[in-house]
Design a protein around this ligand. Structure first.
Ligand code: TRP
Length: 334
């Protein structure tokens, strides 16, 4: 039998998962678990680069796991784990810090953005975030790393580290490729179509979380920004009508309809009919996920068994790579 290729990705539990998290990564991952040997994790080590409330971080980490499963990531068919449960991440992260250059870390867009947003807490972890992410990836020798647009630069940096490291020590790490799904990859804020729908910008009226009450979701969509153009019709024109284009992208994903079909459906109806229709479609799309998440969350013993088994499997694979690295760089054998 031919060996399956390996795939890995993670999300930081730094905020509740949003519609953007769903239509971006979460909706695509379950399709990959048959074809690839998949690892998915909650990146709690990364989450603390921004100050977190401890109880909220713990709650969101477990809830995120339940949501992964509710979205179709069957723990029997892929490895689901919590990053901090697999100590090899922090260990390889340290090593890779010594192979990531100050200059290249300084150029990371996310570092610059986050530093601007958290001017009172520009900590070392925020700066070395990408070398920990490189460790997350390289421990499992994946072929493919599905990420959002905003993480591509970090995967590029990972590739530089691989080249640098392998250049000195031989073929230790497999060269990973980033993979950015084409459709629905980027859902924008409902109130600012120029910004990504973010899970960690608190108090943002522009986002819908996966666990939001249907009434809240409807309200958010009813007050979504459309555009200030005068034609007021539902037409796909991301350049000139980014708000409408974003709503159309969401509606298309939720209903499976094409942009042309949507334009036809709302021909002559204006935004007043369109916005609640998008809201309803979203409510229907996520209703089963909400129900399944609640059901799984109620079963603490099950969740515990999933993340324990996941950490054990992940740790086994990660340890193999870490040992090889330690040997190559000259650490004394234990
Ligand atoms: N940085 C990613 C994000 O903010 C999360 C992440 C951490 C990740 N480690 C990773 C994604 C490794 C892919 C691979 O969304």
């Amino acid at each position: 039998m031919e060996e399956k290729k390996t795939m890995l990705s993670g999300i930081k539990p730094s905020g509740d998962l949003t519609l953007g998290s769903y239509l971006g990564p979460l909706h695509h991952w379950p399709k990959m678990i048959e074809e690839y040997d998949c690892y998915f994790f909650m990146a709690d080590l990364h989450a603390i680069t921004v100050r977190q409330d401890p109880a909220a971080l713990r709650r969101r980490t477990i809830e995120q796991l339940a949501q992964y499963i509710a979205c179709g990531l069957d723990p029997e068919k892929c490895t689901l784990f919590i990053q901090s449960h697999v100590h090899q991440h922090a260990e390889l992260g340290w090593v890779l810090n010594c192979y990531a250059m100050f200059g290249e870390l300084s150029r990371m867009t996310q570092f610059k953005d986050k530093s601007a947003k958290n001017a009172d807490n520009i900590n070392g972890g925020l700066f070395t975030y990408p070398s920990l992410m490189a460790a997350d990836i390289l421990l499992y020798q994946p072929d493919l790393v599905p990420v959002g647009d905003d993480q591509k630069q970090h995967v590029e940096l990972t590739r530089n580290i691989v080249q640098r490291f392998n250049g000195v020590y031989g073929d230790v790490f497999k060269m990973p490729e980033s993979y950015i799904p084409k459709v629905g990859a980027r859902i924008m804020s409902l109130t600012d179509p120029a910004a990504k729908m973010s899970k960690s910008d608190n108090g943002d009226t522009g986002r819908v979380t996966l666990m939001d009450d249907p009434n809240v979701i409807m309200k958010q969509f009813k007050r979504a920004i459309t555009d200030s153009d005068t034609e007021r019709c539902v037409r796909y024109d991301p350049e000139n009508k980014p708000g409408v284009a974003n709503l159309m992208t969401i509606y298309a994903a939720a209903t499976g309809r094409s942009f042309a079909e949507i334009e036809q459906e709302f021909d002559g109806l204006g935004y007043g009919k369109f916005k609640p229709a998008v809201g309803e479609a979203v409510v229907e799309m996520i209703r089963p996920i909400q129900e399944e998440t609640r059901r799984i969350l109620a079963d603490k013993a099950y969740l515990e068994s999933v993340y324990r088994a996941g950490a054990e499997k992940a740790s086994y694979a990660a340890e193999k790579t870490l040992r090889k690295v330690y040997k190559k760089i000259g650490f004394a054998a234990r």
